[in-house]
Ligand binder design. Structure first.
Ligand code: ADP
Length: 258
């Protein structure tokens, strides 16, 4: 059985092929303006990568912001469900998922079977999202990758009180003008983001093991600060960014079995 999972996110589009329960290919592209065009390109690329053609695919599940736009998908499923199933696929022991993507953040509570029992989501403002980090990185003239790790050498995180991206940017500009070093500014930004996520975590009273998913999981500096804030180790898988697409492909396999 071959299934395809597509996650059309706000910032990136991801696709995964699962063959007989095993992940055999994945692909990540920028989201693009035209969701349908991006989805078509994504499918062409993933089929090419997996060395299969569309006729061999038994089922397709779409998730993410653009999921309803993929009319050729067999089913559209929410990101909450897909990240939960994807995280459970990557580690069946996981009981909590923190997903930080380009424009939203979610905390998901799972039971031992990997089913969602509770969740919290912020998709109303940039605070605690990848976009917030991108804006801050631009302000201090670092690319997102360099920005990710620089905080690790900070001895004294700067205080950033605003969680609004616009006001926080003014605070950062102010800190730069006062001569504060970049390490401390970035560490301060991570403290502010982590405080926001920790609020959602406290509300849900999450259990370990905790897995972080979404593109921002690759931000080692933020993960380090967040672990301290929630007082729990956070597991990051190298496939964290495609976790939602993995969940979609896995759900497609489960639908076939039924
Ligand atoms: P969405 O599903 O909402 O489109 P993703 O889960 O793909 O979002 O995550 C996109 C975010 O991940 C972007 O804000 C991007 O800056 C961030 N990101 C991607 N790769 C890295 C990396 N190597 N280090 C830090 N952040 C990253």
């Amino acid at each position: 059985m071959i299934t395809l999972g597509i996650d059309l996110g706000s910032t990136t589009s991801k696709a995964v092929v699962i063959t007989e329960g095993v992940l055999c290919a994945y692909c990540i592209l920028p989201a693009g303006y035209d969701v349908e065009k991006t989805a078509n390109t994504l499918v062409e690329k993933i089929l090419d990568k997996a060395g299969i053609n569309l006729c061999q695919v038994d089922k397709i599940v779409a998730t993410g912001y653009g999921r309803e736009r993929v009319l050729w998908a067999d089913k559209a499923i929410t990101e909450i469900s897909c990240h939960a199933v994807g995280a459970h696929y990557l580690n069946p022991n996981v009981l909590s998922v923190i997903d930080i993507g380009g424009q939203d953040s979610k905390v998901i509570v799972l039971n031992s079977k990997g089913e969602v029992t509770n969740f919290a989501m912020n998709d109303k403002c940039a605070a605690g999202t990848g976009r917030f980090i991108e804006v801050m990185a631009r302000t201090i003239e670092l690319d997102v990758k360099a920005f990710s790790e620089i905080s690790i050498s900070s001895k004294n995180p700067a205080s950033i009180s605003s969680l609004c991206a616009v006001f926080a940017e003014s605070e950062v500009i102010n800190l730069i003008s006062k001569g504060e070093n970049r390490e401390n500014i970035v560490a301060g930004i991570y403290e502010a983001i982590s405080a926001r996520i920790a609020g959602m975590v406290r509300h849900l009273n999450i259990q370990s093991p905790v897995m972080m998913t979404g593109g921002v999981a690759q931000n080692a500096g933020l993960v380090q600060v967040l672990e301290k804030k929630i007082d729990k180790p956070i597991e990051v898988n190298e496939l964290s960014q495609v976790c939602g697409a993995i969940g979609a492909a896995k759900i497609a396999s489960d639908l076939m079995k039924r």
